[in-house]
Design a protein around this ligand. Structure first.
Ligand code: FAD
Length: 325
């Protein structure tokens, strides 16, 4: 019997979220005496397969089919279901990314099993589990129990530090050819935009965030400049997206992206709870704000009290001058 972990990747470049899910699942597989197996679906899976073996995986199931070249939730869900049936899966896990949750929802429907999304902790005993999962982006923790023949759950994104397993042996890579009907291709990704340098808001090591204090869409130019200079990307608050200054894909928070950079530079952002839950996994926060009482200032490890329109260009200039020194 197996514990399957769906590993997300982008044309062979494995996502950190997959390593988080593998790390989380490894101890459960050990305590439940299950074979830890990874599932990679879609173009580039073969290239990604080697990189998951060091996480203690016994078998990597690499699924390929003409309908699996790009992402499609129904085709991916059916493929994972077929692998689950073939390997007698007892537990099926992914990271709680949008894609992970979407695929597992399809798997749960196909297997007629419950699905626990975004779990921070999980305790499994025989056919029942007790989990703590997050709601509303992490502002509420909920304890739930589930009795099901197959336990299906996703792991809260950024709640587990990925850690390879030094004692892992040599796992095997097995090709899987699913039986897929063209009706499963109703929803397919048909176009992809690659972000500059391949960095996205959720994977960037540095995020330069701007809030209402930035004042306008044009006001983001200095933030873009700083981000470019230090290898980061720009994020924003909902006040900004509501004003139409930035696209929703740049929003950090409960109804936006959850980020976990090494440093989050939050400028002109008050730090409302709905924003904070998306930013609190940042390792370091530098707040730039005119208000010393702003939540973001009181919660941040570092703060500069001042006008961001002066502070941001000053930081950029300082970085440049030190680099050229
Ligand atoms: C259901 C729900 C979901 C939500 N989801 C999200 C979400 O996902 N993400 C999110 O961000 N919000 C979300 N919100 C909105 C959230 O409650 C706040 O309204 C929002 O985060 C405020 O954005 P802000 O900090 O940019 O603006 P404000 O709260 O207006 O803060 C602006 C800050 O800029 C500072 N400032 C002003 N001028 C300057 C200057 N020149 N230099 C430096 N500092 C300056 C001010 O002192 C202030 O602290 C949600 C709300 C609800 C109800």
């Amino acid at each position: 019997m197996t514990l399957l972990v769906l590993c997300d990747h982008d044309r062979g470049v494995i996502s950190d979220s997959a390593f988080e899910a593998l790390t989380f699942a490894r101890s459960i597989a050990g305590s439940e005496n299950l074979s830890l197996q990874a599932v990679l679906i879609g173009q580039g899976s073969e290239q990604a397969a080697e990189s998951v073996i060091s996480f203690g995986v016994e078998t990597v199931n690499v699924a390929s089919h003409e309908f699996l070249i790009d992402y499609g939730p129904e085709a991916w869900g059916e493929t994972l279901t077929q692998i689950a049936n073939e390997t007698s899966a007892k537990i099926i896990v992914s990271c709680g990314t949008d894609r992970g949750n979407e695929v597992l929802a399809h798997v749960a429907a196909r297997l007629e099993m419950p699905f626990l999304a975004n779990c921070r902790k999980i305790q499994i005993e025989n056919d029942s589990s007790t989990a703590t999962r997050i709601q509303w982006g992490g502002s509420l923790l909920e304890d739930v129990t589930s009795n099901a023949g197959v336990q299906i759950f996703s792991v809260e994104h950024h709640s587990t530090e990925p850690e390879a397993d030094a004692s892992s042996g040599s796992g095997s890579i097995v090709e899987f050819k699913p039986d897929l009907d063209s009706a499963l291709t109703r929803t397919l990704v048909v176009d992809r935009v690659v972000r500059t340098h391949g960095i996205t808001l959720t994977t960037a090591p540095i995020v330069v965030g701007g809030g209402r204090g930035v004042g306008s869409a044009e006001g983001f130019a200095p933030l873009e400049e700083l981000a470019e200079e230090i290898g980061g990307v720009v994020g924003c608050s909902r006040a900004v997206t509501n004003n139409g200054w930035r696209p929703h894909s740049d929003q950090v928070g409960q109804t936006g992206n959850r980020i976990a950079p090494e440093i989050y530079i939050a400028s002109g952002i008050s730090g409302a709870i709905q924003h904070w839950v998306g930013a609190m996994a940042a390792k370091n926060i530098l707040a730039i704000n005119t208000d010393p009482e702003a939540n973001m200032v009181t919660k941040a490890g570092y703060a500069v009290l001042g006008d961001l329109h002066e502070v941001i260009p000053a930081i950029t200039a300082e970085v440049r001058s030190r680099r050229n020194a």
